[in-house]
Design a protein around this ligand. Sequence first.
Ligand code: CO
Length: 198
Amino acid sequence: MITMKNVLKEGNPLLNEKSIDVNLPLSVEDENILRDMIDYVKESIKEENIDNPDYRPAVGIAAPQIGVLKKMIAIIAPDEHYKDHELFLVNPKILSYSDELAYLPGGEGCLSVDRKCDAYIFRPRRTMIESYVYNYETRELKKERIKLKGYLSVVFNHEFDHLNGILFVSKANPINPYEIPDNASPIIFDDEKNEEQK
Ligand code: CO
């Protein structure tokens, strides 16, 4: 079981290390680590754990955040229509990404970063990946190509950065943290669009 006690914090040198490919087929040990990561994300968003300091709500976690330098990511995140997507990834690779950028108007957060980072972080609006995708129920691992867009592309790229030893705070523009490049636009969820039209 993983709780916040197991999550490494900014300043821990392991968070700046590059992860290595996971040997396939998955060993029992690696599979259990991945399942623990998935369980953490599932538990963290349960209403009953809102006030539990063992959990901070997360849409994703990467193995290096618990000190395992292997390419594994667990994401449960909504698209802009609030449909949840599960991405349990082993050895993900980026095949291509858009020039067009996206950012979260509220900034990014990270289980490994306790301080508030006031800045826009720019990510590819669309990312094409190839990865082994883990099925939590059947325990199957299948190689797939997946097109990620919008919020899911942002979340994936945040987690993928962890596999390269990069924390989002290092991507903030130190001089003008809210400067928006011409090719960037915000991620806007459905209900926020409606708000804007009012
Ligand atoms: Co993070």
